[in-house]
Design a protein around this ligand. Structure first.
Ligand code: ADP
Ligand code: MG
Length: 299
């Protein structure tokens, strides 16, 4: 698969105290939707800023399109929205986009197509100042797409929007992706990444905790939730089981993490043979949310 962006051991120190990005490495391949997921202050915007040449890196490398073209030229094939949308308030959406076309040197004929894509064609002759925040954000997406970029970069695209506005933006992102445009979006919302992205890079305090497919992240780590009248007996029996990685107590229940996939019946039979009758046995899979919270809390 064609590589759009390669990042190697990227570091950013703003000053002695703030090491915003620490040895971050990942690759972006054509046609996928990538999420950079992390709580506020984890280095998402800084990472995007560096690859877009608006923030200077401290060390490490990044390379657009296999490094065949200089960053300045490569960025002409990148559509990015990293700030709040800003257009001329007294001009219409159509006039604003035509101005962007003039600046980018693209033809006006894309204006209606992109307005249609983001659901604003009917409102194209309304002044920007009359737009809701969601409409402004959609106009920004249309604007970033005017020159048919290879990749669209969005920083927290649904921040501040109401539920309907959030849905509209997410649906538009999916349509753009289905047309073959690669997407990279930063978000602190795991359900957003879960709903929209195929791949994810998880950051905490500038450090990369996970990278891979959203599917694999969701697929990892089934575990069991157990209850028995004698919890300490249960614990001691389980600690003798070779296939069990670790135990955790939570709200009077014992969480059991096996080293590899294990059937509930197998665990139950083992405990029964060891004279334990369970009051409660549930096999659970960590949702991305639980894993994200686990990853970002402490580990
Ligand atoms: P995110 O986008 O994940 O919320 P940022 O990349 O904006 O995180 O910030 C990462 C860290 O870098 C934070 O601790 C933030 O305070 C710090 N930071 C960001 N920009 C600057 C700056 N211009 N000067 C100093 N520190 C900064
Ligand atoms: Mg940010």
């Amino acid at each position: 698969m064609e590589t759009i962006l390669t990042i190697r051991k990227l570091n950013k120190r703003f000053n002695k105290y703030v090491h915003a990005v620490k040895d971050v490495s990942f690759e972006i391949h054509r046609g996928n939707v990538y999420g950079i997921l992390g709580p506020n202050g984890s280095g998402k915007s800084t990472t995007l800023g560096i690859v877009l040449n608006v923030v200077n890196k401290t060390s490490g490398d990044f390379e657009w399109f296999g490094g065949k073209v200089a960053t300045h030229d490569a960025l002409k094939k990148v559509g990015a929205i990293i700030e709040r949308p800003n257009f001329y308030p007294y001009m219409t959406a159509k006039e604003n986009l035509e101005l962007v076309c003039k600046i980018k040197g693209t033809s006006f004929e894309k204006v209606d197509e992109k307005l249609d894509l983001v659901g604003l064609l009917e409102r194209k002759n309304d002044k920007f100042r009359t737009y809701s925040l969601g409409m402004k954000q959609r106009l920004a997406i249309a604007s970033a797409l005017l020159n048919d970029p290879e990749i669209l970069i969005l920083d927290e695209p649904t921040n501040g929007l109401d539920p309907q506005g959030i849905r509209q933006i997410r649906d538009i992102i999916k349509v753009i992706a289905s047309q073959g445009t690669t997407i990279l979006l930063a978000s602190h919302l795991l359900d957003e990444v879960e709903k929209v992205c195929s791949h994810v890079v998880v950051l905490r305090k500038g450090e990369m905790l996970y990278q891979g497919t959203v599917h694999n992240m969701l697929d990892q780590n089934s575990f069991f939730e157990l209850q028995a009248s004698d919890l300490s007996q249960l614990k001691s029996v389980l600690s003798n089981h070779a296939e069990i990685d670790r135990l955790e107590e939570q709200d009077g229940k014992l969480l059991v993490y096996p080293k590899k996939e294990m059937a509930a019946s197998e665990l139950n039979a083992y405990l029964f043979q060891n004279n334990i009758v369970l009051e409660h046995l549930v096999k659970r899979k960590n949702s991305l949310e639980e894993q994200f919270l686990e990853l970002t809390n402490n580990n």
